[in-house]
Unconditional design. Sequence first.
Length: 589
Amino acid sequence: MDSPSRSRVFDKTRLPSRHVTEGPERAPHRSYLYAMGLSDTEIHQPLVGVATCWNEAAPCNIALNRQAQAVKLGVKAAAGTPREFTTITVTDGIAMGHEGMRSSLVSREAIADTVELTMRGHCYDALVGLAGCDKSLPGMMMAMVRLNVPSVFIYGGSILPGRAPGGADVPEDFANRDLTVQDMFEAVGRHQGGTLSDAALDILERAACPSAGACGGQFTANTMACVSEAIGLALPNSSGAPAPYESRDQYSEASGQAVMNLLEKGIRARDIVTRESLENAARVVACTGGSTNGGLHLPAIAHEAGIKFDLEDVCEIFRSTPYFVDLKPGGKYVAKDLYEAGGVPVVMKELLKAGLLHGDCITCTGKTIAENLAEIDGGPDGRVIYPIEKPLSTTGGVVGLKGNLAPEGAIVKIAGMKKIKFEGPARVFECEEDAFEAVKKRQYKEGEVLVIRNEGPKGGPGMREMLATTAALSGQGMGSKVALITDGRFSGATRGFCIGHVGPEAAVGGPIALVRDGDIISIDAKKGTIKVKLTAAELKKRRKEWKGPRETLYASGALWKYAVTVGSTKDGAVTHPGGAAERHCYADL
């Protein structure tokens, strides 16, 4: 990127910050800015929000504060005045498997809302957003699109892979190989099954996560980091370098400069996030075997721009996209390996070569996707990134399902799976805790379809992820011997025949609310179908007998507020009317 000039002058007559910094009537406001040590020049430059999800909850977020300082250097070098602020993060690795997981998806909305409110309240002109853990990435991007200011996203980076020493205590299949937090959840299943000792579990938990950064596999954080590049809101290859790498600071500084260039050129978030760029992002999720949560977050980002792009649209793209990047949990490699193989730009170059990418989409560089990729020399290494003409499979690593059990759709990750059809009798659980207890005690049978309901956005409330349960099944060696379906979600780290996002959810009377023990459920990921073998007449009869949604404990507070405002999973589980109902754009006020 060209070096910006500090002599650049911006006309603030159309920028939001004029309401705070310009004219005699704003003397009280300016007095606050002088109180923080700003100079006259800095006050009259564009004010740029630098938003981070920094906290001490988990390694995903701990490096964001450092990277924000580098962003601010870039903004200052390009004649802008950075104003740093923070928002919340709920980190799924900590929240997983207990009541805390109800807060996870709700936090996405809180992040978008609080970034919006901070930007509105202080009249900032542009936004650089830094995020590390799962829901914070889409939450930050949703805020950018909602505000429609010039925006650049930057990922905090992935964690380095762990490595446990070999020895008598650590089983051979865990020793001397890359470890992620996924291995820890599966190790719990092994421990419960009596095939992993207390000593081995202790060694593994100390070795699995050796640095700052978000989970290393192609779980939700890294999936949405890849999305940030594919959709055009992040600089090329900025999502790849692991969090401890000092090179992240260079990407951060460049992002600060880039947002000032966007401001100068008048390129806003919705110029970048279009129907075509959303399709590009869905392609990258599919070809990397990304998280099923991509099918939730892409519609939510689209919603902020008033673009209809629901689960069915996403899954249609997944279905027609080859899977050619070999990443965990279905594959062998982690985010660091993808970065060293050339990163997202090499992946996108393969998609463009095959005619599967819209190359004319504008990006935060000010150039198009095709122009950015023309500067990339690398190609597939044949190990992490396969040539697109020789993919791991011809269908994306994530596919959509539909049928009488899920009229509004469902989603499953098939990356790395050999068996993509399943039929068996239902064993129904009314919540995740009941299912986890049954799995822990082996109170289920091979060949069954475990049904976990009342875990959707409204019914949970909060649409919890089920990694503890699915990892326990994998740890018991049963991941491919049973199927699991839910109106809740699965972690990006989930593997096995696990179908999530079943809609409509049980709380609104979806068919999943009507299933009983022993009903035969048939799933065909190749055909994209999910059915319960009941006649329409029988389903109608059961609906009449249905006693309504399960009563929850959440009658006040944030979870109650979310439950009463949240919409359908297929539309992204959003909580407001979105861009289509908008009567003004913040950036134009």
